[in-house]
Write a protein that binds this ligand. Structure first.
Ligand code: DHB
Ligand code: FE
Length: 270
């Protein structure tokens, strides 16, 4: 069946590509390089790695698609890229749980948060998926023994009657996106760095509201202004304060210095 929207999208794409070739005077060699680059990008795609998404992210296309689909969100928490390390619905976990594995190094962090509507009314019973990288910059799902070891620094919390949720973990750190493929080659050739500033991913999905896919970034990270996937928005940067109190906000014992991250999520009806 004819699809007018598909036809329109293709016409515009072809126009842009033709413009590009004319404007740059693209050589045969350059054209062959482009074909080879895209072929290798396809070959790098596996069950656990989608190199085309990485390409879209590193070219700023993903964030632009996000922006044109999220206009008119005054007062709502900003969105950003999902990233390749979301593995589907996480396991429901009790508030206050330490989600970092026992043997893990890293500075301690307590995260306290709340989910509300645009008027500040708390939303109860809302599932919130959380995931972040470890102290070496890797997600649990990137480890070869993930299937045996299972989830770490990855959990689902259900907001309480006041819309709150809280948990313990370690401070995430900045990390490079995978550089062993064509996208890495592109980043190196154009003298960019492959780093993402430290962040925690949040996916908040409340009935009757737009799903919120976002990160909270750590204030002070040196890559905030040059995120390789252009994912940073000012409102998503949180102050993460060092604390020396002997107990964390839920009364659990602190064992030396720790960090407090406080952030509220405001959902748009939809
Ligand atoms: C993330 C990682 C990526 O490689 C990417 O392209 C986008 C996001 C991330 O972990 O947040
Ligand atoms: Fe990430």
């Amino acid at each position: 069946t004819p699809n007018p929207r598909a036809k329109f999208l293709l016409q515009e794409l072809v126009k842009s590509l033709h413009d590009y070739v004319s404007k740059t005077g693209l050589t045969f060699e350059e054209w062959e390089y482009a074909i080879d680059f895209l072929t290798r990008t396809g070959h790098k795609c596996t069950d656990t790695r989608q190199e085309f998404i990485l390409l879209s992210d590193a070219l700023g296309v993903s964030m632009l698609v996000d922006a044109v689909n999220h206009r008119d969100r005054e007062g709502a928490t900003q969105t950003t890229v999902l990233g390749p390390f979301y593995v589907g619905e996480h396991k429901v976990t009790a508030h206050g749980t330490d989600i970092s594995p026992n043997n893990q190094t890293g500075e301690r962090m307590f995260v306290q948060s709340r989910v509300t509507d645009l008027k500040g009314k708390p939303l109860a019973g809302v599932p919130v998926d959380v995931w972040h990288a470890d102290d070496d910059g890797f997600y649990d799902s990137q480890k070869p023994n993930y299937d045996e070891v299972g989830a770490s620094a990855r959990a689902r919390f259900i907001t309480d009657a006041d819309g709150r949720f809280f948990f313990r973990t370690i401070l995430p750190c900045s990390y490079p996106i995978p550089t062993d493929g064509p996208v890495g080659e592109m980043i190196m050739q154009t003298k960019r760095h492959p780093m993402r500033p430290a962040h925690v991913h949040f996916l908040v999905n409340a009935k009757g509201y737009e799903p919120l896919i976002t990160h909270v970034f750590m204030d002070g990270d040196k890559y905030l202004d040059s995120d390789v996937v252009f994912g940073v928005k000012d409102d998503l940067v949180a102050k993460v304060e060092p604390r020396n109190d002997p107990a964390m906000p839920d009364g659990s014992k602190a064992n030396g210095q720790w960090h407090l991250m406080t952030y509220e999520f405001h959902l748009k009806p939809g």
